[in-house]
Design a protein around this ligand. Structure first.
Ligand SMILES: NC(=O)c1ccc[n+]([C@@H]2O[C@H](COP(=O)([O-])OP(=O)(O)OC[C@H]3O[C@@H](n4cnc5c(N)ncnc54)[C@H](OP(=O)(O)O)[C@@H]3O)[C@@H](O)[C@H]2O)c1
Length: 238
């Protein structure tokens, strides 16, 4: 494991960045990818210059093969990028927002995994990050939940189709990452408090919680076709 190379697309923030930190601490080689150059450079600094950084947009499918070719051969791919689109009551959420959610998450994950295949070790692993909106029945998440369910649906199919490569997913609950920064701070804190009270473990998640789950799926070579729900039990009580 320590000599292996993991590429994390969406590695410049939140869950992806925590995963990079976790894997580097175990001695692995890590490359992080993201769209925003400044954010990517800042993440590289936060990782002590130990990770390679690659500017890439998972939604710009045509450019991806050359970007993966530039990275060269690697062992594990983690797709930790997402979309906040497709949220709102079913009766009123716009189809445009739901469609954009699929573009930014489902098609972006699909295209990135496809483009990475020639560089990804056939005995390595591929880990998708979906979300518990695919499993919990929370009103107002039909659009984003459908997109995350589509990502989760890829996991068992690709585990069989791409064997012996292992293909897994993690499905996080509410995790305190910059993902929520668009929300005014008092509103965000009130929402976290509410979710913490409803979550069996009594708190919202930290990015490190999900990073540990991803690192487990990468390391355990008997795990494939599995989406690990990492939500503190929220799906039972949301
Ligand atoms: N936080 C939660 O509560 C939560 C819950 C369930 C599931 N998730 C899922 O977890 C994943 C990571 O979320 P997070 O909370 O860690 O969010 P985050 O802190 O906002 O990080 C998102 C990362 O993805 C990158 N990214 C987004 N779109 C990209 C694209 N098209 N191409 C390349 N990189 C892209 C961002 O970089 P740029 O700034 O460069 O775009 C950033 O590095 C997402 O799939 C999200 O759906 C999060």
């Amino acid at each position: 494991m320590s000599s292996q190379h993991t590429v994390i697309v969406g590695g410049s923030s939140g869950i992806g960045l925590a995963t990079a930190r976790h894997l580097l601490a175990s001695g692995a080689r890590v490359t992080i990818g993201g769209r925003n150059e400044n954010r990517l450079a800042e993440a590289g600094r936060q990782l002590g210059g130990q990770a390679q950084t690659v500017l890439m947009d998972a939604a710009a499918a045509d450019a991806l093969p050359a970007q993966f070719a530039q990275i060269g051969r690697f062992d594990h791919l983690v797709l930790a990028l997402g979309s906040g689109q497709g949220v709102g009551p079913f009766a009123t959420v716009s189809l445009a927002s739901v469609r954009l959610g699929f573009e930014e998450k489902v098609y972006a994950h699909f295209a990135t995994a496809q483009a990475a295949l020639p560089s990804l070790s056939p005995t390595g692993s591929l880990t998708f990050v979906s979300a518990v909106s695919a499993q919990a029945a929370v009103p107002g998440t039909a659009g984003i939940g459908a997109a995350n369910a589509a990502v989760a649906a890829l996991v068992p199919i690709l585990a069989v189709e791409l064997k012996p490569m292992r293909v897994n997913g993690v499905s996080p609950g509410v995790i305190d990452t910059p993902w929520w920064d668009g929300m005014p701070e008092p509103q965000k804190q009130a929402m976290f408090k509410d979710f913490a009270a409803r979550t069996p473990v009594g708190r919202v998640g930290r990015p490190e919680d999900v990073a540990q789950a991803i690192a487990f799926l990468i390391a355990d070579d008997f795990m494939t076709g599995q989406t690990l729900i990492c939500d503190g039990g929220l799906r039972f009580t949301a």
